[in-house]
Design a protein around this ligand. Structure first.
Ligand code: G3H
Ligand code: 13P
Ligand code: ZN
Length: 341
């Protein structure tokens, strides 16, 4: 089964009460653990690559690692997604690198500029058979206008950062995007809430009403499980007050609120770090990277499996493949060119 866009996945997820996990890939161990977990759980899967990942790993290496993953699991529906793309040039490069889905994040621009940028990306991506995610509203953590703002400050002002439902409808209509990343109280990283950890479900409901059928995306959706924070801290780390989105709220968003894609990066970092710290602390003589990266890869695998159950996507791979067949096995242009050439 070749790589596919997210369309066959979201078509089923929107009404099917599940969401696809989008996991960030930065190296071989992460890629291996994610796809192995998805294969074991028979779950569709989105591998996403940030600008930082491209810089860290060099996209040539990442591309070959991902090609190997696809080859290893030919029956697994996989999309390759550009996470937080910020310029038309980057998006064009990602399309030429074989991504099947791109995110243009113009949410920090004034609205009109965001619309213009997004429209241009949709024009280019759709011509290449690639789908587009875009964002409205402002998440905490890495986004420019709120960077440096702590969780308490973000929470105090959260209403003004949330996605505006009317604007979302106008944005969808003007740009023709395939999915919308919404700000509903989540933020990136391990320190998401100072006070009550609560998503703005009333806001998602309003967005579902103004944008019926539009697949929604939740960024900043790590749950930062306390047992992993405890392990990190037990073995020499220092992450006090780390806090994520409660898993039952993410599960509810996936089951009932049109959320088709859930972005998870921090929890994979935590699983990996906790295990490496444990090995170093309990076996101080260990110096073979395979003996700490191997257990770290196992820990990531366990974390991803847990997420696939939370998102209710376990067991949905065959249905997504069948839907993809029904749609005529659509391939982004990159793969058609490859086949033709
Ligand atoms: O949304 C942000 C992701 O967690 C990626 O983070 O830019 O450090 O790779 P990064
Ligand atoms: P977390 O930091 O909550 O894992 O969010 C990741 C993300 O949104 C990537 O785009
Ligand atoms: Zn994000």
């Amino acid at each position: 089964m070749p790589l596919m866009t997210t369309k066959p996945m979201f078509d089923l997820a929107y009404d099917g009460g599940f969401a696809i996990g989008a996991f960030n890939v930065n190296n071989m161990e992460l890629a291996q653990a994610i796809v192995e977990a998805c294969a074991k759980e028979k779950s569709p899967c989105i591998l996403q690559i940030s600008k930082g990942a491209r810089k860290y790993a060099n996209i040539r290496y990442l591309r070959h690692i991902i090609d190997a993953a696809v080859e290893e699991y030919p029956q697994l529906p996989i999309s390759i997604h550009c996470d937080h793309g910020d310029t038309v040039d980057l998006i064009k490069t990602c399309i030429n690198d074989g991504y099947t889905s791109v995110m243009i994040d113009g949410s920090h621009h004034p609205y009109d500029a965001n619309v213009r940028l997004t429209k241009e990306v949709v024009r280019i991506a759709h011509a290449a058979g690639v789908v587009v995610e875009a964002e409205l509203g402002m998440l905490g953590g890495i986004e420019e206008d709120v960077v440096g703002m702590d969780a308490a400050e973000y929470e105090k002002n959260v209403e003004k950062f949330l996605t505006d439902p009317k604007q979302a409808a106008d944005y969808w209509q003007q740009t023709g995007i395939d999915s919308l990343a919404v700000a509903i109280g989540t933020s990136h990283g391990a320190y998401k809430f100072k006070h009550e950890a609560k998503l703005a479900f009333n806001r998602i409901e309003q967005i579902m009403k103004t944008c019926p059928g539009l697949p929604l995306v939740m960024h900043g959706s790590s749950s930062v499980p306390q047992e992993f924070i405890d392990l990190v801290n037990k073995y020499g780390g220092n992450m006090p007050n780390a806090r994520g989105v409660p898993e039952d709220q993410i599960a509810m968003a996936a089951r009932k609120y049109g959320v088709c894609k859930v972005n998870i990066d921090t929890d994979l970092r935590l699983a990996m770090t906790a295990k490496i710290r444990e090995v170093f602390a309990t076996k101080p003589a260990e110096f073979d990277p395979r003996n700490y990266l191997g257990p770290a890869r196992e820990a990531i695998l366990g974390m991803v499996r847990r997420k696939l159950h939370m998102l209710n996507s376990a067991g949905k791979a065959d249905a997504v493949n069948a839907h993809w067949e029904k749609l005529g096995r659509p391939l982004p242009g990159y793969y058609s060119r490859k086949k033709a050439g």
